[in-house]
Design a binder for this molecule. Structure first.
Ligand SMILES: [Zn+2]
Length: 74
């Protein structure tokens, strides 16, 4: 069994520079407008826009922790 190492750095989406949320086997952009999911291969995140999977809004909501307030900045 492999154990993921904590890199101790904040990772951001290469597409929009928003912080990503860490899942078991992927990193997902926290931007509701971007919603890109980046795969983790052998413990190494592949932050390539070309390799990203674009999640549907429903998929994105299911995997990205939402903040309590639904306030939006306009
Ligand atoms: Zn993004």
């Amino acid at each position: 069994m492999k154990h993921s190492r904590d890199l101790g750095v904040i990772l951001v989406c290469p597409h929009c520079r928003v912080e990503v949320a860490r899942l078991d086997d992927a990193y997902v952009c926290r931007s509701a407008d971007c919603r890109r999911s980046y795969p983790v291969v052998d413990g190494i995140p592949k932050f390539l826009v070309d390799d990203a999977t674009l999640l549907s809004p429903e998929e994105w909501r299911a995997v990205v922790p939402q903040n309590g307030d639904g306030a939006q900045h306009g």
